[in-house]
Design a protein around this ligand. Structure first.
Ligand SMILES: Nc1ncnc2c1ncn2[C@@H]1O[C@H](COP(=O)(O)OP(=O)(O)OP(=O)(O)O)[C@@H](O)[C@H]1O
Ligand SMILES: Cc1cn([C@H]2C[C@H](O)[C@@H](COP(=O)(O)O)O2)c(=O)[nH]c1=O
Length: 212
């Protein structure tokens, strides 16, 4: 039961919103339903991506914006598009929305970020997890920060505001945004909502021979 067409699903949201937890459970759920799934992340696990992921204390501003964008285009060309062409559902933990938010937190003008990402493929579903910044700050405190972008309640508030703005900007660029508030919503319920959207998109079109 793996004859679904390829589908590109991205998962973004503030640090601690639950992107990785959601992506893991979504992969498990879709696989157990018979879908062929390829899960990936940005920055990618290729050389450029590893430099970006582990280099956020060395690279910042325009340099980091270019680094993550270069990794994104290479990732699309060498991993995401080939997996989609093979009919897989590609789940990507972080994508363009993360750049709209994190690179702006780093002082890069939005026009530069939009131009840099303008040729990136538009996903079939662009999930944006939203969450009360007090909750993300607490989750990050309990789990431990992954980077300088996760520095407490002030950065969590800034991130939440920028994600709200990013949702409008990407909607204007035809990104099919699925916004899900995870403040009081368990990962299982978040995954239910995404699976429902994927099921709608992978449902077979009506058989034209039955229509007049
Ligand atoms: N919906 C949820 N409800 C309650 N806790 C959650 C939820 N989603 C994630 N968590 C918890 O919050 C913490 C952060 O989750 P996770 O690492 O998935 O977030 P993330 O968005 O990927 O973070 P980062 O951007 O830092 O990588 C973890 O301890 C996780 O168990
Ligand atoms: C996609 C993307 C990533 N980054 C940076 C932000 C973080 O330092 C890492 C990702 O790590 P996490 O465990 O997923 O939080 O990469 C960035 O600056 N811009 C981007 O677009």
């Amino acid at each position: 039961m793996t004859a679904h067409r390829g589908l590109f699903v991205t998962i973004d949201g503030p640090g601690g919103a639950g992107k990785s937890s959601t992506t893991r459970l979504l992969h498990h759920r879709l696989t157990s339903q018979g879908y062929a799934v390829h899960t990936t992340t940005e920055p990618s696990h290729d050389q450029l991506g590893e430099i970006a992921r582990h280099g956020t204390d060395t690279y910042s501003g325009h340099a980091l914006a270019c680094l993550v964008a270069a990794d994104r285009y290479h990732h699309l060309a060498t991993e995401i598009r080939p997996q989609l062409a093979a009919g897989k559902i590609v789940l990507c933990d972080r994508y363009v929305a993360s750049s709209y938010v994190l690179q702006r937190m780093d002082g890069v003008p939005i026009d530069f970020i939009e131009a840099l990402n303008a040729a990136a493929d538009i996903p079939d579903v662009a999930v944006i997890l939203t969450v009360d910044p007090k909750v993300t700050a607490r989750r990050i405190h309990e789990r431990g920060a992954h980077s300088r972008f996760e520095a407490g309640i002030t950065t969590s508030r800034m991130e939440a505001e920028l994600y709200a703005d990013t949702t409008h900007r990407l909607t204007r660029r035809n990104y099919p945004i699925l916004a899900i508030d995870t403040t009081k919503c368990a990962t299982e319920q978040v995954v239910d909502m995404i699976v429902q959207r994927i099921a709608q998109l992978t449902a077979s079109p009506p058989d034209e021979s039955h229509t007049a």
